[in-house]
Design a protein around this ligand. Structure first.
Ligand SMILES: [Zn+2]
Length: 455
């Protein structure tokens, strides 16, 4: 059965309609079919937004996706004031629709914000060829270098340089790496100071490491050539082997006036008691002009060199009189010092010896040599005295007593007045000795003192 036959039977005959109406109806039908088909096709399609090969969202409209991307770029361009490119490769691809995956423009924007990076033509500061700082413009990079030099400038006329090769290179830079001048300065300043530690009494390397949060190995690495067993109080050791990013060296010269301290001249006065001083001439400080070169690294002075020195005014000496007269009772002589009681040099000094105190000096005089009183005084001991053997003590007044021991012969008696240089006995080996010598002591208020200081 043909269409025409069916139509002819069920409906008012199509063929009977006027030709124009028939053509119109036919065209309308065709149009309806085409539009429905197109509509069905579109209804089944969506757009995937692909970033570096990975679909991050699917949206209904390509136009909307383009608009979102355009807007993101616009925001960045407004922020940096120059053209911005997206770092990643971004494409929009037509895909079959999956209702669950479709996102709104706002959602697409949020997702893109988390994955996209942008780059601009900026200016990098390279240190020894390596990009260390990224700035949005050459001007910013130049400002940073200027500010860094200014930061560590120690004087108006100073010459400031970098130890490293520091240069500016204009190049595409990722915007998230771009920093401002202040942040870059802070970073350099933080790195510029190597933490150091000054060794205190009782410190061990282990203590220093633990107290400063580093390991012993790190400490050793930071201080090449450092020997822990030779560590000394006051020694400064580095706590980190991190090297500063940029070292700023500042050199300046300065002439300063400095005083020259008056030299002190001591004049011994045997008529004045020992320990007393008297200023005879106060003297006057001089003046000089000194030209220095100061070298500082990262703001810390490392060197101070004298370039030139000119004396403007010579100082005059301060003359101080110093008494040398001992508190010995004698008024018969002006020397003030004790006479040497026996010939021969000192063979054993005053001080600790063999684990005990040697309370005098031993004079290596030959057996039988005369022993004389070191100063005038009164004999207060003359006889055997334990390990001292044959021993003489002479009191000189003011608590001063001299003792002469190991004598072979005693020629004075207790209570006898003796004169300075008067023979009181002979050198021997009595008491505890290993050979002939004179053991000579000086005691002040019973306390032994070094006789050398009084002879
Ligand atoms: Zn002795």
């Amino acid at each position: 059965m043909s269409l025409r036959e069916t139509a002819g039977k069920g409906l008012p005959s199509f063929n009977k309609l006027p030709f124009k109406m028939r053509a119109g109806l036919l065209a309308a039908a065709v149009l309806l079919i085409i539009t429905s088909f197109v509509h069905i096709l579109n209804f089944n399609k969506a757009y995937a937004v692909v970033v570096d090969g990975k679909t991050i969202a699917t949206v209904a409209s390509k136009h909307d996706a383009d608009a979102v991307i355009e807007q993101l770029i616009d925001q960045q361009e407004k922020k940096y004031g120059k053209p911005v490119n997206i770092v990643q490769n971004i494409t929009i691809e037509k895909v079959s629709k999956d209702k669950k995956m479709l996102v709104s423009s706002d959602q697409l924007e949020q997702r893109l914000k988390t994955v996209l990076d942008y780059k601009i033509q900026g200016a990098a500061v390279k240190v020894n060829g390596k990009v260390q700082f990224a700035f949005k413009s050459r001007e910013e990079a130049e400002n940073f270098i200027k500010a860094l030099k200014e930061e560590y400038k120690t004087a108006e006329n100073a010459v400031v340089k970098f130890e490293e090769k520091v240069e500016i290179a204009e190049m595409p830079l990722q915007t998230d790496k771009i920093i401002n001048v202040q942040s870059a300065l802070d970073e350099v300043k933080k790195e510029g100071r190597i933490p150091r530690y000054k060794v205190k009494e009782g410190d061990t390397l282990w203590d220093i490491a633990v107290n400063n949060g580093v390991s012993v190995d790190e400490l050793l690495a930071a201080n090449p050539g450092f020997k822990p067993e030779l560590m000394q109080i006051g020694q400064v050791i580095k706590l980190s082997d991190k090297e500063p990013l940029i070292n700023v060296v500042c050199i300046h010269e300065k002439t300063v006036e400095e005083k020259i301290e008056a030299p002190v001249k001591i004049k011994r006065n045997p008529n004045m008691l020992q320990g007393k001083t008297k200023v005879i001439e106060p003297g006057e400080d001089g003046l000089k002009k000194v030209k220095y070169r100061f070298i500082a690294k990262n703001g810390e002075q490392t060197e101070k060199i004298i370039l030139d020195e000119k004396v403007i005014k010579e100082p005059t000496a301060r003359i101080v009189e110093k008494g040398t007269r001992m508190l010995v009772a004698s008024r018969n002589y002006g020397g003030g010092r004790l006479a040497k009681p026996a010939p021969g040099g000192i063979v054993s000094a005053f001080g600790p010896r063999w684990g005990r105190m040697h309370e005098g000096v031993d004079l290596g005089a030959a057996y039988g040599s005369p022993v004389v009183a070191a100063d005038s005084g009164k004999v207060i001991r003359a006889g055997w005295y334990g390990n001292y053997g044959k021993c003489v003590d002479i009191s000189h007044g003011n608590g001063i007593v001299t003792r002469y021991a190991h004598l072979s012969k005693i020629k004075v008696k207790v209570g006898q007045q003796v004169k300075r240089n008067q023979v009181i006995g002979n050198v021997g080996t009595t008491g505890r000795t290993t050979g002939p010598h004179l053991h000579f002591e000086v005691r002040v208020n019973g306390r032994p003192v070094n006789p050398v200081n009084y002879m």
